[in-house]
Design a protein around this ligand. Sequence first.
Ligand code: A2H
Length: 257
Amino acid sequence: EGVGPQEYTIIKLKVLEFPGALAPLAGKEVFLAPATLRPETMYGQTNCFALPSGKYGAYEMTNGDVFIISARSAMNFACQGYTPEFAKPKCLLELTGMDLMGVPLKCPNAQYERVYTLPLLTISMGKGTGIVTSVPSDAPDDYVSLQILKDKPDFAAKYNITPDMVQPFEVIPIIEIPGYGNPGEPCATAKVVCEKLKIKTFNEKDKLAKAKDETYLKGFTTGIMRVGPHKGKKVSEVKPVIKKEMIKANQACLYFE
Ligand code: A2H
């Protein structure tokens, strides 16, 4: 834990269909709302993650939007001025992560028009919103999880995930980190590093920690954007700019905890 509050960018992933338990929300503007530290990586989104056993809810925000988030984070949103009544989250519907499996979404800045909500068993419900957006090019956790779901259809099926929700989604390189891939071209560094260290499961904790240290630190300090309107600029420079643009376009908002 740091000394001050942590700022996250909340990304609004629009729910496109309302299957099963989500049916009562049909007709509303509903978003799965992941918290991220890397808003500049949204060009590389391939899916969203939720914890199947996690407790979530659909909460009404002041502007009429509905955010699907953990109950804990809903209280923080309510204390940060996002709800009709201060410190009083308004829950329209209680949900579990299992209810969210396979839900189709439209993600801002993503190159895929429609992505799916998949299981991630390492999500902590005590951090952010309990929803995580997946950028397998630059986050080893995201890469390993998506790969497991692709390689193990029986495991995926336990969470109602069908092959069409994972197989078409290739990792999209978006950032160049000098020393990886070809100079001047984007590289899926998390994929390269996971393959180099032969990480296939979440059991390889030490190797995974090493992969994360390597990709996160270098991505932020020496990374160069290689897609989107800011391509050619340093990641550390464009991050605040992209964050602001997404907030202005009503695709994101700030959240602290
Ligand atoms: B980041 P910190 Cl490309 N449980 O977003 C587990 N992980 C969570 C989470 C939760 N409840 N809430 C958020 N996260 C993830 C993008 C990304 C992220 C990239 C590279 C690094 C990175 C795409 N996933 O995070 O412990 C989210 O993943 C590096 C740590 O609060 C969020 O940002 O610092 C990050 O962890 C927040 O982790």
